[in-house]
Ligand binder design. Structure first.
Ligand SMILES: [Fe+2]
Length: 372
């Protein structure tokens, strides 16, 4: 920040550093404050830095810590109308006061006990669920029951009614991701209660949406045309796993497909556009084969990762962190990132890239320009 002295700019001969001038300047700044005015020359570096200076910090939450705490909450806190969900947000230490993982992304561990039912509601915030383990819960999106199983990605685009029911005798937990911070920052939040219990309690193996949209490359002629978010509410692990396996097999056979040596990746897309499945969040699954080392890089998108399977090491701005099943990582804008694994590593990733891309703000730096 520019100081009073610095504003004189060496202009002693002009009288800018005289006691009389300094007193008048101090009075001007006091009057600016009182009038709610802030001069750019005193705040430029904070408002317009030379490169992103995120308040959020790289951070890792251990699944070994998260799961027992979520389970304890189930013994003490019922699920029901008002609180709506037994979901515990992961707060970035660099963003005190808000349970935000990054400035745009909310990530939470949701825990639903045996036979519990989370009531229906809808909101403008877009959501997804990524299932680390377990099954037995159906999420009902606009009346369509969608089974939740290990490795699946389930979508709840904004303003769709949704509730959850656990029809099993064991608890289930998953990662919830929402654009809550972005929607809050832009004052776009609307919320509406729905039925106290999910409106369709049936438990089909395939949702109606999957029956309509789940054929690869097959669009129902009755619904041709672009939709802003995917009409497919479930992306099944069997398909994701097969696609990642195929990329690595193709690499073994000398064909293109992987994003880099030993690194397969798929993006969950909207079949009506080919773009991101959700309007505000990019969702992907990455697989590094045993022994793979990713190219270091950075992007202005902020992201959250969860380790699905395997172990490895992530290097964030030069600091190494070990990774294992279920661990969650927050990666702020412009963080140097690289990965390596001895055993093989499957990672789910979500970022705010679709927002930034649409606004022509997304920047990435290749390996040779990254200090690691
Ligand atoms: Fe919700």
């Amino acid at each position: 920040m520019t100081t009073l002295d610095q504003t004189s700019g060496g202009a002693a001969a002009s009288g800018f550093d005289t006691p009389e001038h300094q007193a008048k300047l101090a009075a001007l700044y006091r009057d600016f404050d009182a009038a709610g005015m802030t001069p750019l020359w005193r705040t430029r570096e904070g408002l317009m830095p030379f490169a992103p200076e995120p308040r959020a910090v790289p951070h890792l939450w251990r699944w070994a810590d998260l799961y027992p705490l979520a389970a304890r909450s189930a013994e003490l806190v019922p699920v029901g109308r008002g609180g709506e969900r037994r979901a515990i947000g992961l707060g970035n230490p660099g963003l005190p006061g808000d349970p935000y993982a990054t400035p745009t992304l909310w990530a939470a561990i949701q825990y639903l006990g045996p036979r519990e039912n989370a009531p229906e509601h809808r909101h403008t915030q877009t959501a997804f669920r990524f299932v680390l383990e377990g099954e037995g819960v159906w999420t009902v999106v606009d009346g369509d029951p969608v089974a939740m199983r290990r490795g699946d990605l389930l979508l709840t685009p904004g303003w769709r009614f949704h509730g959850h029911q656990n029809v099993s005798d064991v608890p289930m937990t998953w990662l919830d991701g929402l654009d809550i911070p972005f929607v809050a920052t832009t004052d776009q939040g609307f919320f509406e209660f729905g039925p106290d219990v999910v409106r369709d309690t049936t438990t089909p193996a395939r949702s109606r949406g999957e029956r309509l949209w789940g054929g690869p490359g097959l669009t129902p002629v009755s619904a041709v045309g672009a939709q802003p978010s995917s009409p497919l509410m479930a992306y099944r692990w069997a398909h994701t796993d097969a696609a990642l396996t195929a990329q690595l097999e193709l690499e073994d056979e000398g064909h293109p497909g992987v994003v880099e040596a030993g690194h397969a990746a798929v993006r969950f897309t909207n079949p009506t556009t080919g773009g991101d499945a959700l309007t505000t969040m990019r969702t992907e699954m990455h697989r590094l084969r045993a022994g793979a080392v990713s190219r270091p890089g950075r992007t202005t998108a902020s992201s959250v990762w969860q380790v699905f399977e395997g172990t490895g090491t992530v290097v964030l701005n030069g600091a190494e962190h070990s990774l294992t099943h279920g661990d969650v990582v927050a990666i702020p804008s412009w963080t140097d990132v690289s990965l390596r694994t001895h055993t093989g590593l499957d990672l789910f990733a979500v970022s705010d890239a679709p927002i930034l891309e649409r606004l022509s703000l997304l920047r990435t730096h290749p390996a040779e320009q990254v200090e690691s």
